[in-house]
Design a protein. Structure first.
Ligand code: ATP
Length: 304
């Protein structure tokens, strides 16, 4: 990387509530998605180059496409198109967020690439416009830019920031192999049909944020948050990956206040009472488990 390169740090997310509505005619689901950014980060470095180039290192990098289909590359292309310029940039990803793990790592890299390219090319794109580009790139991308905590409705991309009254400590246990997010939604619809509940917008309750959970976040009350965590995709993720039930139980047995599948999985998230317990639980769960505090800031340009 040359001296002119810029690096952006971007957080992973956990869904403290993921309420999934019925299947819409356009193939998406309406969501009430309470996002919390957590201190597990990818780093995106952008450096001047003759054309678009992408490279990477770190956790699960062999399962990340290092070509124009990478979400970070797509972000650079869309930003350059908006400004009528060529995407001349070398993007380098340093990944620590599990790939296809339900922690929105690809979305984080897209938000990181957008902020990094904007700075590298001196564009000064207004934040509102960056957020609009993020929403075009994917449902979880705007939140990776914003960080903190937020309620996402629509496909999850229409964000309202939420107040968080204190730190929450988590442990994340990555699982071998990823889960495809669309496959988990399909399994959720299948299970709903099988239960005779139907799967359309008219059969399933309209998703809404749980007011007790929003109060728990606002108060920084870890016990109240533990009691209200919920994920409508969890039974679908467990149906596709029954082994995850064992991981969830192991975390609870080792002292977690609550255990939940992160987003579409297969990463399992454990909420604990404090930082020390997080370190102990991560140790007990083994090398694939990592402690991380929340809330974490969104995409942040690091000093040169
Ligand atoms: P979400 O929680 O938003 O559903 P996820 O965390 O489950 O997403 P990602 O890590 O974002 O999943 O990756 C999903 C797929 O996207 C990967 O299997 C990979 O093929 C592709 N992909 C494209 N760009 C990236 C990237 N920069 N990092 C990781 N995966 C990427």
């Amino acid at each position: 990387m040359t001296a002119a390169s810029v690096t952006v740090r971007v957080p992973a997310k956990v869904n403290v509530q993921l309420a999934v509505g019925g299947l819409r005619p356009d193939g998406f689901h309406d969501l009430a998605n309470v996002f919390l950014a957590v201190g597990l980060y990818d780093h995106v470095t952008a450096a001047p180059a003759a054309g678009l180039r992408i490279s990477g290192e770190g956790r699960d990098i062999e399962s990340v496409p290092l070509d124009a289909s990478n979400l970070a590359a797509r972000a650079a292309i869309v930003l350059a198109e908006r400004h009528g310029i060529e995407p001349r940039v070398h993007l380098h990803l340093r990944k620590d967020i599990p790939v296809a793990g339900g922690m929105a790592g690809g979305s984080a890299d897209a938000a990181g690439a957008l902020v990094a390219c904007d700075a590298l090319w001196g564009l000064g794109t207004p934040r509102e416009e960056l957020l609009a580009i993020c929403a075009e790139l994917g449902s979880d991308v705007p939140f990776a830019l914003a960080g903190g905590a937020a309620l996402g409705v629509g496909r999850g991309e229409i964000l309202t920031p939420l107040e968080v009254g204190g730190a929450f400590h988590w442990v994340f246990a990555a699982a071998e192999g990823g889960l495809s997010t669309p496959a988990v939604y399909r399994e959720c619809d299948r299970l709903r049909r099988e239960r005779g509940a139907g799967d359309g917008v008219d059969d399933v309750a309209v998703p809404a944020a749980d007011p007790r959970l929003l109060d728990a976040l606002r108060a920084g009350d870890v016990h109240a948050l533990a009691a209200t965590l919920s994920n409508d995709l969890q039974s679908a993720a467990l149906s596709l990956r029954p082994d995850l039930a064992r991981t969830l139980r192991a975390g609870e047995d080792a002292g977690a206040l609550a255990a939940v599948v992160s987003g579409s999985g297969p990463t399992c998230a454990f909420l604990v009472s404090d930082e020390e317990t997080a370190a102990k639980l991560a140790h007990a769960l083994g090398p694939a488990a990592r402690p991380a505090p929340a809330p974490a800031p969104g995409a942040t340009l690091l000093p040169a």
